[in-house]
Write a protein that binds this ligand. Sequence first.
Ligand SMILES: Cc1ncc(C[n+]2csc(CCOP(=O)(O)OP(=O)(O)O)c2C)c(N)n1
Ligand SMILES: [Mg+2]
Length: 339
Amino acid sequence: MTPRKGEAKQPAAKPNISGEDLLSYYRDMLLIRRFEEKAGQLYGMGLIGGFCHLYIGQEAVVVGLEAAAEEGDKRITSYRDHGHMLACGMDAKGVMAELTGRIGGYSKGKGGSMHMFSKEKHFYGGHGIVGAQVPLGAGLAFADKYLENGRVTFAYFGDGAANQGQIYETFNMAALWKLPVIFVIENNQYAMGTAQKRSTSTPDLYTRGEAFGIPGEVVDGMDVLAVKDAGERAVAHCRAGEGPYILEVKTYRYRGHSMSDPAKYRTREEVQKMREERDAIEHVRDLLLTGKHATEDDLKSIDREIKAIVNESAEFAKESPEPPLEELWTDIYAESVKG
Ligand SMILES: Cc1ncc(C[n+]2csc(CCOP(=O)(O)OP(=O)(O)O)c2C)c(N)n1
Ligand SMILES: [Mg+2]
């Protein structure tokens, strides 16, 4: 096992991918972006309460990794979770209605933005405590290893979370027991208002598993094809029984940390530069057009399709009733736990 793979091993994105696949990544990323923009609007209108962390800018991370996943694989993440849910196929209506706290939401309106789950899509949350999902992700992988079902778990966390102690306790156990878990560090360069260079002694987060013998690689998170390629290598490693793998995916969030972010820690120019020069959706749009996989008109009709899905989800989220008081007493204890 090579304990470390640097940037040199990162292959350039290969545009020799089918037009059909490219279109599906375009669609999936656009759905996340438009959904998040709509969520931002509903928040502004007072229809969404509590915490709300948007994923705009980071879309290629989840879409690329979902392209490398198979049915039955699991995913778990932090509070910045709407993109992960949409990318794994959860219904936009159920996600939006959870944001507005309505009965039609994935947690019957009782969880909100940070606490949604889907057993059917193997999505295990939605966690508000920074880093808490990482040991839970290793636990999911432990169960899969025990059941010998060949599944892998994607445990996502941020650059800020990567400095927590529980991450390294998890790395140790995951490596010791060769758990099929991919630790995905979504390095969007900030933890709330703290830039990575102000909080982190060594910048290369993908090397953080070295002490435990966990291989890692750094990936361009604004290039969905590069993310998919790296995801496939990580998945192959896990499925072969080689144990955990680390992907440090370099990305960028365009919006504030949450809806209440004064954004004093970076310049508008910095954000604008990323949007203009590195946007992941624009990148795929260019590949589609230059590769003649789609025309401007095709893309316009996809835009309309996505807008309709998002508008429908917002209507549903406004019309679905609030949960009745009796719901306060449900979903508290597990009634039965099956293997
Ligand atoms: C244990 C804990 N400490 C502090 C917080 C407050 N907090 C919420 S998000 C966050 C920053 C995390 O940054 P990062 O891991 O980079 O994830 P990102 O928000 O960039 O996706 C902090 C400190 C928390 N929720 N939980
Ligand atoms: Mg971060």
